[in-house]
Ligand binder design. Sequence first.
Ligand SMILES: Cc1cc2nc3c(=O)[nH]c(=O)nc-3n(C[C@H](O)[C@H](O)[C@H](O)COP(=O)(O)OP(=O)(O)OC[C@H]3O[C@@H](n4cnc5c(N)ncnc54)[C@H](O)[C@@H]3O)c2cc1C
Length: 463
Amino acid sequence: MKSHAQIAVIGAGPAGLAAATKASSQGADVILFDEQPAPGGQIYRAVESATAAQKKVLGTSYARGEGLVRALRESSVDYRPASTIWQLTAEREIGVSRDGAAGIVTADRVIVAGGAIERPFPIPGWTLPGVATAGAAQILLKSSGLVSEGAIFAGSGPLLYLVVSQYLRAGLRPAALIDTTPRSNRWPALKKFAAALKRWDLLVEGAGWMREIRQASIRVERAASDLAIEGSDHAEAIVFHDGHGKPQRITGDRIFLHQGVVPNVNLTMSAGCRHHWNDRQLCWVPDVDRWYGSSLPGISIIGDGAGIAGAVAAEAAGRIAAIGVLQELGYSDAPTADKQSEPHRRKLAQENAIRPFLDLWFRPNDAHRIPDRPETIVCRCEEVTAGDLRQGIALGAPGPNQLKAFCRAGMGPCQGRMCGLTVTELLAAETGKDPEAVGYYRLRPPVKPLTLGELAALPISKE
Ligand SMILES: Cc1cc2nc3c(=O)[nH]c(=O)nc-3n(C[C@H](O)[C@H](O)[C@H](O)COP(=O)(O)OP(=O)(O)OC[C@H]3O[C@@H](n4cnc5c(N)ncnc54)[C@H](O)[C@@H]3O)c2cc1C
């Protein structure tokens, strides 16, 4: 199998699909890697194999993925599914693991389209069996039609409402929807509402999900706070304070949590691309230029991995990045690239107009991001609690890397994906510094687990 390409794209969601097919349409030699068995990314997961009934459940925006995936199948892109990328270097060496074998692929240009992950939700009991994320509930629904009867959904954000409405369309009644969006978010968000009207269709779609939920007459709690999950060896109930501050308890052994999505930055951070703290989205985002070029030459970052903006924006960014890379490789000149990218930039501006409103409206509750109870687990892999972290800070650990050495937070197989943001924010809160000044874990490959056998079988460099 070929081990060099002109352009390597990592991630076959809307951003990566658009970038790869656009680049190959002009004759470039493109490899597209994705760890999933089929193209589509998060939003269009398994779209090729979905039945008409599943498409009805998943809604109109899901079907949009069919065109993107068809374009891939009709293109000359060398698509490599089930390929996990565990390394990306500044020299554009890509460590790939597929079918139990590891290899290195190099490329003249790399476009990273790794998408988003769900924001951690560190509350007491979030690691108990029976507790998962709303995204995981949706993955089960999309990939295998699996659903949980009588589930409790809790948290904030459009995806939470979308998944509950998809559950209802699948004929299931969740036991409750506990919305943790703080009421204090409304005023700052409403100041951005006029701009959001540019995507009035999305607002109407969201209102439709809320209407479906209202009509189903399931229990909905608003402005809930102080969430915790009770149970000894599995989830038994969720407790919280309702919008009037009254303690509440709902029994249930399947609880799905969600409080928004954040860019999946482990690969781009480990490659050495520069990132900064985005205070509105409360997460790390890579520095990119107008063609999505990162701080490292030849590496571009697109889609939700470059800042949360949604699937349509991800697709537009993919096309802009491909046009930019094609120009760098000599397939077109600057004026042509500018002209070709214009419609996609207009689309992007329209998509981005709704973001400030959504980001401010669904800004997650501080207490659900920065746990105050000492027993709350923050690093799930190494079972490090908020109390352990505070102790490390009190002993003088000034940043995430020293905390990692003090108490192993971030050293497990997920390489900080599940705890990194919490550690940054907790350190910032304890030391009075900005998250930007606190920083993030210094990440090293492999960013995804790799067996010793795969590593040992890698060809040894002659140098
Ligand atoms: C769990 C979840 C569910 C979501 N569901 C919806 C939804 O239903 N509707 C909606 O509007 N938005 C949804 N979103 C938001 C949505 O992901 C984005 O708006 C949109 O899909 C972003 O497109 P993208 O191409 O940037 O990333 P994605 O669609 O996330 O695609 C990224 C791809 O990169 C691959 N990848 C990542 N890292 C690696 C690696 N190291 N090696 C190999 N492959 C890798 C992933 O497998 C994935 O296929 C969801 C987000 C999450 C986290």
